[in-house]
Design a protein around this ligand. Structure first.
Ligand code: B3K
Ligand code: ZN
Length: 875
């Protein structure tokens, strides 16, 4: 496979002005007629037209009205070149594709008998020959023709301008998108669907028609998506002055979908998982996910669609920025300081759990990658979540006002353009009046920076000095790193637990100040410090780094009880837990009796009982670092020791804080009608964590509570939490509960996904058991949600069984990667990444993991997607 490099970018040879697409839709044979007007690009030296196409049967090709003969053009792989073309060209292309055979879910495909498209990144070329690159933006008109009985609903981007009957049982609809767009934002839907709709008044007085389209039988699950869409529109108007530019905005839910959702202009297509919800079938986390993803896709209309990417290396230009926007949206929707902090803690968890490992593994890449084999492999936590952190740091450096000015300038300069991360940075620097030259390294250097801190209190001078040293480990292709520009937010706590007033360089600096670390080593001196403080460094997680500071237990306990910064307060608890988990992991390996100190348990108990704290925060504070996060701290990983250590700690918490846990379980009940609001969700989360600890300790009362909660739950959050408690504790009622859960929800695919996922991640589910579940009539390898619920969850969320010493987990992984790759390379490739960190395991495990990787790499037929991932893992 070929590697594409960022440095090789050249402008397109031709620009497309208008595209008229005609679709005669049929599952086994769809005819696509494409008529486009093109003009030579003054910025290009090339004189030939270049089009991309994949899996297309070419029926006709005409240029300026004349059919082209075989010798007039050449096709090499997916590139069609027409040499020596005139300044202005009208191309007419007719092709045939087979949607029902398209299991890749990329391009035009069928799901449950309906037609859908997915074109980002390079799926449009599976629909017609086209200069399928994001810097070619055109105005699209689309004519859809299909059987009326089977496909009563015909949708595409923009506005519906005409519809009618064709006779012979067929009908048509014509859509026009007034905005020029790159081909990756094209979409169509031809389906039997129903919708919830509403007119919504926009700030400028216009009315917009909002629709949420779903399959029949799901209209009882669309309210929350609709509400989230309205909230998103309002929020974008109010916070950024950005308005909906269309008269109509549609969301369509489809059950076969590779990712979460897609921001096609005016016609967002969503995985059902991020649309369908009601209290019976969806959990608090599901509701949260819907709000975030509906917001995310809507916000792309400006950050992504109106201003798009010049090339795919710039992906984070739209993704990092849009994740940042959806994070801010969710935080503003909660509306409280502590709600915002809890959201921030979730973001930190995601970074540590997924992004830091990526940055330390074989697929490490900068936020703006330099090269790729398959672009679909770069829709990563680095591009998305670290990209959002980079945007957040810009806001921290410029301040909220400066950042808003930067956004305004960005749109003023670039509306309607395809631009780069540098363009974004320039707009921010110019509007904010700040030099962001060094800051560029966040885009170009991969790896997680480590900032080590040393502190010194000078009693006589009453000064406190913090010295910061930064370094960044090597990553593939980048052995040496230059210093980053890192905003490090710091506060100092006095012995009374209160924030000290900060003074730096003779100036008052409030109680939290942002130190700007730009050198490899830099000292910052705080003045007028009356006593030895406890430093609270990296408040609000002001940069995506690892903070290396030698905190003693006393400091951590002080911060855990008092830090005014909720994120660092939580962080102190995580550090206390991690230190103990690492010790226990070492001891679990040598069969010593394990023990846990009272001090730590008392600190947990104190937070648990502190009614002045939000339940949601208390839940976060009591939740232990995951097995994966512990593994990242260890040189040679033995998953079983980690599991035993963490289970020991959970059971210990359950047994020794039993009374408090029972009390909080009762205190955080949410009687009455279910509401997914943050306060109620926080109570449920805390209550269900109490239940999880009690049952982990095999507490009889806890187990009885779990059974009762399962039997009587009035919503899915409580029901699935109770089921999880029973299953993970191997309670006597667990099997019966699993069976009843299945029986009750067998007609709700998203719930059945939970049913598979829970079993896949249960530490007693071994490979034979997973194979048994694969033979269940409800299992289907072709449906990505289902395949992920069982197979990906087993490989990623069941470390003990996946890393079984006999290598059975790895053999299973290889087999499933190969099987999935033949159907859907994108899903296969994600699964392949569960082996990324194979070099960190014990030599015995490594040996077997390597064999499995080699087995996949040795396949004759393998997608570029999987080949790139396993190739880099083995390199
Ligand atoms: N932009 C899409 C992702 C498309 C992924 C293609 N493999 C969803 C999103 O980030 O909003
Ligand atoms: Zn996105």
């Amino acid at each position: 496979p070929q590697t594409v490099y960022r440095k090789d970018y050249t402008p397109p040879s031709y620009l497309v002005e208008t595209v008229e697409l005609g679709f005669d839709l049929a599952p086994a044979r769809t005819i696509v007629a494409n008529r486009m007007t093109m003009r030579r690009n003054p910025d290009s030296a090339q004189r030939e037209i270049e089009l991309y196409g994949e899996n297309l049967e070419l029926v006709a090709l005409r240029m300026n009205g004349k059919p082209l003969a075989e010798g007039d053009y050449r096709i090499e792989g997916s590139l069609l070149t027409i040499p020596d073309t005139p300044e202005e060209v009208t191309l007419e292309i007719e092709t045939i594709c087979v949607p029902e055979q398209n299991t890749t879910l990329n391009g035009l495909y069928t799901s449950n008998g309906n037609f859908y498209t997915q074109c980002e990144a390079e799926g449009f070329r599976a629909i017609t020959w086209f200069p399928d690159r994001p810097d070619v933006m055109a105005v699209f008109t689309v004519m859809l023709r299909a059987d009326k009985e089977n496909y009563p609903v015909l949708l595409s981007n923009g506005n519906l301008v005409e519809e009618g009957d064709l006779g012979d049982g067929r009908h048509y609809a014509k859509w026009e998108d007034p905005f020029k767009k790159p081909s990756y934002l094209f979409a169509l839907v031809a389906a039997r669907l129903v919708c919830q709709e509403e007119t919504f008044s926009l700030k400028d007085g216009r009315d917009a028609l909002l629709q949420v389209w779903v399959e029949d039988g799901n209209l009882d699950k669309t309210d929350y998506a609709m509400q989230s869409l309205k909230n998103s529109i309002r929020w974008d108007e109010e916070r950024w002055g950005l308005e909906l530019d269309l008269d109509r905005f549609m969301i369509v839910a489809v059950s076969d979908f590779n990712m979460g959702a897609m921001e096609n202009k005016g016609l967002n297509i969503f995985n059902t998982k991020f649309v369908l919800a009601n209290p019976r079938v969806a959990t608090d986390i599901d509701f949260q996910g819907i709000e975030a993803v509906v917001g995310h896709e809507y916000f792309h209309n400006w950050t992504g669609n109106r201003v798009t990417c010049r090339d795919w290396f710039q992906l984070s230009l739209k993704e990092g920025l849009t994740v940042f926007r959806d994070q801010e949206f969710s935080a503003d929707m909660i509306g409280t300081e502590s709600g915002r902090a809890v959201g921030r803690i979730d973001q930190v968890r995601t970074l540590r759990q997924a992004q830091f490992p990526e940055d330390a593994g074989p697929m490490a890449h900068p936020v703006r990658p330099d090269s790729f084999v398959e672009i679909n492999n770069f829709y990563t936590v680095t591009v998305y979540e670290k990209g959002a952190e980079v945007v957040r740091m810009v806001q921290t450096l410029l301040g909220r006002e400066g950042f808003r000015k930067g956004m305004d300038l960005y749109f003023e300069r670039h509306d309607g353009q395809a631009v780069t991360c540098d363009d974004f940075r320039r707009a921010m620097a110019d509007a904010g009046g700040r030099d962001l030259t060094q800051f560029e390294r966040w885009y170009s250097q991969a790896g997680t920076p480590v900032v080590r801190a040393e502190t010194r209190y000078d009693e006589r001078g009453k000064t406190y000095t913090i010295t910061l040293f930064q370094s960044c480990p090597p990553t593939p292709g980048q052995p040496n790193k230059l210093p980053f520009h890192i905003p490090v937010a710091v506060g100092l706590l006095g012995a009374d637990g209160r924030d000290m007033a900060l003074r730096i360089g003779g100036k008052d600096a409030g109680t939290t100040t942002v130190l700007e670390l730009t050198q490899a080593e830099q000292s910052f001196v705080f003045e007028n410090i009356a006593e030895q403080p406890t430093p609270s460094i990296l408040r609000d997680f002001s940069a995506p780094i690892v903070l290396d500071f030698n905190y003693g237990d006393a400091d951590l306990l002080h911060l855990f009880s008092h830090d005014s910064d909720a994120v660092n307060r939580w962080e102190a608890g995580q550090r206390l837990a991690m230190g103990r988990l690492l010790r226990l992991t070492g001891e679990a390996g040598i069969d010593a009796p394990l023990n846990l100190d009272d001090t730590f348990l008392m600190a947990l108990g104190k937070i648990l009982n502190d009614e002045t704290l939000d339940p949601a925060f208390r839940e976060q504070a009591l939740l232990l670092p995951s097995e994966g996060m512990i593994a990242e701290q260890i040189e040679v990983v033995n998953p079983m020791s980690i599991h035993l250590a963490r289970q020991f700690m959970r059971a210990n918490i359950g047994a020794r804080l039993r009374a408090e846990l029972l009390a909080q379980y009762a205190a955080n009940a949410t009687p009455g009608e279910y509401s997914p609001d943050a306060l109620s969700a926080g109570k449920r989360a805390l209550k269900n964590l109490c239940l999880a600890y009690l049952t982990a300790a095999q507490d009889e009362e806890g187990l009885a509570l779990a059974q009762r909660q399962f039997d009587e739950a009035g919503n899915m959050t409580d029901r699935v939490a109770a089921l999880g408690a029973l299953v993970h504790a191997r309670a006597p009622g667990a099997d019966a509960a699993l069976q009843r859960f299945y029986d009750d929800f067998q007609d709700e695919p998203l719930v059945i996904d939970k049913w598979f996922a829970m079993q896949a991640s249960n530490a007693t589910t071994d490979v034979p058991a997973v194979r048994g579940l694969m033979r269940h009539p409800a299992f289907n390898l072709r449906n990505p949600n289902r395949a992920r619920s069982l197979i990906s969850n087993f490989c990623a969320a069941n470390p003990v069984q996946f890393h079984a010493p006999d290598g059975s987990g790895y053999a299973f992984w290889a087999e499933q990667v190969i099987a999935l790759d033949a159907l859907n390379p994108q899903v296969a490739s994600r699964l392949a990444r569960t082996m990324d960190r194979w070099r960190r395991y014990t030599p015995e495990l490594q040996e077997q993991m390597k064999k499995a990787l080699q087995q996949v790499a040795g396949q004759q037929r393998l997608s570029n997607d999987v080949r790139e991932v396993v190739g880099k893992a083995l390199a």
